[in-house]
Write a protein that binds this ligand. Structure first.
Ligand SMILES: N[C@@H](CCC(=O)N[C@@H](CS)C(=O)NCC(=O)O)C(=O)O
Length: 211
């Protein structure tokens, strides 16, 4: 029997990134939509993610949380989708590098910027991302190559690209041509369009629901 895939999410969350990843993989999956104020903090879900946050993924008995980790897990669990270099391949180096750069420095720098927090220049050495200018120029150079890993699209592009896409939309990323061109290419993928439509429809449905 094939292990069931279940995505725990809310259509207005980082769960959109995992939905895109699942659409790229092309395997059947179930979706459990959680409400921020109620079901996300209820014991049944806290047993899956004690952080009370989405997304989370269950694959049979295995549970994985953290958007970047979920994307990496899915890419390895379904190698036929070719979304990660094989484990022994040297391309695993840039693959890990950019996934972790996205989940660490990019996420922290962009969140701090959104909150108006600026690292005092004399404390940059102790902050993992240093300053947001360095993070952005490093990322800009990386995406200007076309893809982050070798010459093909991987889960690293999906995860980092989704951050760029959201950032351009919400104004936390500056509209540099390199970011805009990279995102235009990624968001033209059919799996992205399918995932976006499914989450947009679910969000509209929840908005209409009474209460
Ligand atoms: N580090 C987590 C962050 C997850 C996260 O913060 N999710 C938000 C939605 S995008 C959430 O569930 N917030 C609900 C809460 O904190 O109460 C990841 O990358 O998946």
């Amino acid at each position: 029997m094939v292990d069931e895939l279940v995505l725990y999410t809310n259509p207005q969350s980082r769960g959109r990134v995992v939905r895109w990843m699942l659409e790229e993989i092309g395997e059947a999956y179930k979706v459990e939509v959680l409400d921020y104020a109620s079901t996300m903090k209820a014991p049944a879900y806290l047993a899956i993610n004690p952080m009370g946050k989405v997304p989370a993924l269950r694959h049979g008995e295995a549970v994985v949380t953290e958007t970047a980790a979920i994307c990496a897990y899915l890419a390895d669990a379904f190698p036929q989708a070719c979304l990660a270099p094989p484990p022994a391949d040297r391309l695993r180096a840039p693959y890990y590098r950019w996934l972790f750069f996205g989940a660490g420095p990019v996420e922290a720098a962009v969140s701090n910027k959104a909150l108006g927090f600026v690292v005092p220049p004399d404390r940059e050495r102790m902050i993992g991302y240093g300053n947001i200018g360095h993070v952005m120029s490093t990322l800009e150079a990386a995406v200007s190559r076309g893809y982050l890993v070798g010459n093909s699209f991987t889960a690293a592009d999906l995860y980092v690209g989704a951050q760029i896409g959201f950032g351009l939309m919400f104004g936390t990323f500056e509209k540099h041509p390199a970011f805009e061109q990279y995102w235009a290419r990624l968001s033209a993928r059919p799996a992205y369009a399918r995932a976006k439509r499914l989450d947009d429809d679910k969000a509209a449905e929840l908005k209409k629901a009474p209460g």
